[in-house]
Ligand binder design. Structure first.
Ligand code: SAM
Ligand code: SF4
Length: 475
């Protein structure tokens, strides 16, 4: 079944500033909640209800280690109930690192004159995508600096180029974007190229902090960035990713602001963002970051658990910025998407030898340089079901339609079988024997756990078809 695209208008109220720092600070200044209240809030979330700002502030203000453990345990249970054991995999592909902005935390900032500036040519892009396909990737996020060369038409062309590359059984089935905000027309142009999610991170929702870290260039306009995803909606993109860069300001403030941004979407468009990202600042060349607000590992996992409880149905992304140990812990209580086999240096996927990182060619340092297969292998060992699914977006289950499906049963009906089908393609086409053996075992275990005999039977039939050479079968 193909769903009709929705059209959205920006109602006047959407353009009123929806981030009020005083309001957020008032919530955070509330007294420490009593333990029973915190437990009630966790129970509400386990009932799959979205938490209010006030309730989330109570979770943020719970400092008792025992309560923090209960919050993490709650997030773990919720993740199992909603997302099951599947983990969606993707890779970033940096297209160009020219940038006119001066974000003090980023290696691409204009003031960093040591950065080697590159924009992939079509031929380089094709080689990169072929290399990614040969590794088994099916979902990419294209990343760009902000520069007049990277306008909407340019972005749309790069998306079309990526989709056109087919190597063996390889193809990229979903291209997401992380690029500077556009105007409505620009978003429309990019939408027409067939993108999945458009991600724009607000970096900091605290206007004074934002101003300090973005001293010049178009990105210095807080409101233009804050309202960018409203323009994306009006331009027809209803699959949006929000995020904050943790380490610029108080992490508790940023968590509440992410929730406020989510509320804004739900109130105005009746849909929430598809994903939330919470990158933590990493070392980068030529940067100037005040260490005051850097987030400790302990607080970082805590904030992931609180976000999971606050927005039970929003996908959460954790990238290779983080080391393996944090990634593994975060997976247990809330993260639903991770990148694998990540390389940030422009043009480096096509280079077979993995060099050490050169920060003058990259945006920041990564801390998980495992190959895609190593990650899949470990996910399988830990009982996860790695997924390359692109089903929802391909049949138009996005925006309001996606929300309709974000109900009990949806994951079992679509996501789990699609995870098995896409994993089986990976096992057939790319995995070494040892990974394939583990993978088929995990698929069989998951088939046996399926509650609906009809879905199980149909999944088994499609798995056989994939074994017999068919590809791209999904529910
Ligand atoms: N240039 C576009 C923009 O700023 O919106 C695209 C995004 S940028 C290439 C991707 C994201 O990386 C930024 O939004 C920021 O959150 C994050 N980032 C920048 N510098 C970072 C650093 N040193 N450590 C971790 N993440 C960083
Ligand atoms: Fe440019 Fe984006 Fe880096 Fe800022 S975060 S300097 S806009 S690439």
């Amino acid at each position: 079944m193909k769903f009709k695209p929705q059209t959205y208008r920006i109602p006047d109220e959407a353009m009123k500033p929806f981030i009020d720092p005083d309001e957020i600070h008032e919530f955070l200044d509330r007294p420490t909640p009593d333990p029973d209240k915190v437990r009630q809030i966790i129970a509400k979330s386990l009932n799959k209800e979205r938490l209010s700002l006030e309730e989330t502030a109570d979770l943020l203000n719970a400092e008792d280690p025992e309560l923090i453990n209960e919050i993490k345990a709650g997030a773990r249970t919720l993740k199992e109930r909603i997302y099951g054991n599947r983990i969606v995999l993707f890779a970033p592909l940096y297209i160009g690192n020219k940038c006119v902005n001066n974000c003090k935390y980023c290696g691409f900032r204009i003031a960093n004159t040591d950065q080697i500036r590159t924009t992939l040519s079509d031929e380089q892009m094709i080689r990169e995508v072929e290399a990614l396909e040969e590794n088994g990737q099916k979902r990419l996020i294209l990343v760009y600096g902000e520069h007049p060369d990277y306008d909407a038409e340019f972005i749309a062309n790069t998306v079309r180029t990526v989709y056109s590359v087919k190597k063996g059984n390889g193809e990229i089935r979903r291209v997401n974007i992380n690029a500077a905000p556009l105007d409505i027309e620009g978003f429309r142009t990019v939408k027409e190229s067939g993108i999945g999610t458009y991600q724009v991170f607000q970096e900091s929702y605290h206007p004074d902090t934002y101003k300090y870290y973005h001293p010049s260039g178009p990105k210095s306009n807080f409101e233009w960035r804050l309202t960018s995803l409203d323009r994306a909606m009006e331009g027809g993109i209803d699959d949006l990713g929000i995020g904050a860069l943790f380490g610029l300001y108080d992490w508790k403030y940023e968590v509440l602001a992410l929730l406020r941004h989510t509320n804004h979407f739900e109130a105005v468009y009746n849909i929430g963002p598809h994903t939330i990202s919470f990158p933590r600042i990493k070392a980068a060349a030529g940067t100037d970051v005040d260490p005051k607000y850097l987030v400790s590992d302990e607080d970082f996992v805590r904030l992931i658990a609180i976000l999971r409880l606050a927005v039970p149905y929003t996908g959460m992304i954790l990238t290779a910025r983080e080391p393996v140990s944090i990634r593994q812990e975060a997976l247990t209580f809330g993260v639903s998407q991770i990148d694998g086999g990540t390389k940030l240096e422009l043009g480096s996927y096509a280079e077979k030898e993995q060099d050490s990182q050169n920060l003058n060619r990259e945006q920041f340092e990564i801390n998980d340089s495992r190959s895609l297969n190593e990650i899949i292998d470990e996910l399988l060992d830990q009982g996860y079901l790695p997924s390359f699914c692109t089903g929802c977006y391909r049949v138009g289950r996005t925006g309001e339609h996606f929300m309709e499906f974000s109900v009990p049963g949806f994951i079992k009906r679509y996501c789990t079988p699609n995870a098995m089908l896409t994993l089986s393609e990976y096992l057939m086409d790319y995995a070494p024997d040892s990974t394939a053996e583990k993978g088929w075992k995990v698929i069989e275990e998951n088939l046996q756990k399926m509650e609906d005999p009809g879905t199980e039977k149909e999944t088994r039939i499609r798995l056989e078809r994939i074994k017999n050479g068919e590809r791209d079968l999904f529910f």
